[in-house]
Write a protein that binds this ligand. Structure first.
Ligand code: PGA
Length: 254
C-alpha cells in the first residue's frame, strides 16, 4: 500500500557535466525502473533543468533540496517552489538538519516552506531528527515528535501521498554511524502515531516515513525491514552510481 521511496540528496555536489554522466550511467545500470518502488534524485538548483531533461520518461522522479518560504517577490537568492514545480519536479526537501543547523531554520519557517511546496504542487520531504545529546538523555522520541508537529503547523496536505517524513538523527548524517534498525523503526512508529493524532489514522497509514543517516547498501535491507520504515533519504551513497543502483534494488525488495 505504501510505495517505498529511495531519494538521493546530492547536497552541494556535482557540476552539470558530472550530473549528466551520472544520470546516463544510472539509468543504464538500473535498467527498467520498477513499479514496486519509487526512486528520486534531489540535486542542487542549477542541476534541476538537467534532471528534468535527462530523467524525462524514465520513471525516476526528481526534486529540490529546499524551497523558499515565500511564493514570489524581492527575495534575492531565494528559489520559489513554483519555479521548481514548473520544471516537472515532484519533491522538495524542507527542514533538512543542515538547513536547521547552519541557517538556523526553525520549525515555524520549515512549516511555511512545506506550505509553499504543497501550494506549488510539490510533495515536501519534511526532515526531523535529534542531536546526540538529546538521544543520550533518553528524550529522542518526544523531541522528534514535537519538532514534527511544530514543522507541520498549518500544513494540510489533504492526501497522504502528498507528504513524506524523513527521520534523520543528526548524529548519523555523514558520520558513518546509523541508528540501529530497531531505533529507526521505533521512531518511525512514533512519527506515524503523531501523524495519526494530527491528521487521523487513515491519513497516517498512507504517509511514507523514511530513515536517513549513513545509509549504505550494507545496512539498508535491515533498516527497511521495520514495518513503519518506507524507504531512505540517502546522502553520500547517492553520489556513486553503483551504490545508488544497489540501494534502489534493495527498495524494490521491500
Ligand atoms: P548521509 O546523508 O547519507 O550522507 O548520512 C543523509 C542526509 O543528510 O540526507
Amino acid at each position: 500500500m505504501r510505495t517505498p521511496l529511495v531519494a538521493g540528496n546530492w547536497k552541494m555536489h556535482k557540476t552539470p557535466s558530472e550530473a549528466r554522466v551520472w544520470f546516463n550511467e544510472f539509468l543504464d545500470e538500473l535498467g527498467p525502473v520498477p513499479s514496486e518502488a519509487e526512486i528520486a534524485i534531489l540535486p542542487s538548483f542549477p542541476l534541476l533543468p538537467l534532471a528534468a531533461e535527462e530523467l524525462a520518461g524514465s520513471g525516476v522522479a526528481f526534486g529540490a533540496q529546499d524551497v523558499s518560504a515565500h511564493d514570489w517577490g524581492a527575495f534575492t537568492g531565494e528559489v520559489s517552489a513554483y519555479q521548481v514545480a514548473d520544471l516537472g519536479a515532484k519533491y522538495a526537501i524542507v527542514g533538512h538538519s543542515e538547513r536547521r543547523k547552519y541557517w538556523r531554520e526553525d520549525s515555524a519557517l520549515v512549516a511555511e516552506k512545506a506550505k509553499r511546496a504543497l501550494e506549488a504542487g510539490l510533495v515536501p520531504i519534511l526532515c526531523v531528527g535529534e542531536e546526540l545529546e538529546v538521544r543520550e538523555r533518553g528524550e529522542a522520541i518526544p523531541f522528534v515528535v514535537n519538532q514534527l508537529l511544530d514543522s507541520l503547523a498549518g500544513v494540510e496536505p489533504g492526501d497522504p501521498a502528498r507528504l513524506v517524513i524523513a527521520y534523520e538523527p543528526v548524529w548519523a548524517i555523514g558520520t558513518g554511524k546509523t541508528a540501529t534498525p530497531g531505533d529507526a523503526e521505533v521512531m518511525a512508529e512514533a512519527i506515524r502515531s503523531a501523524l495519526a493524532t494530527r491528521y487521523g489514522e487513515g491519513f497516517a497509514e498512507g504517509v511514507r516515513v523514511l530513515y536517513g543517516g549513513s545509509i549504505k547498501p550494507e545496512n539498508f535491507a535491515q533498516i527497511l525491514a521495520g514495518p513503519n520504515v518506507d524507504g531512505g533519504l540517502v546522502g553520500g551513497a547517492s553520489l556513486e552510481v553503483a551504490s545508488f543502483v544497489a540501494l534502489s534494488r534493495l527498495a524494490v525488495g521491500l
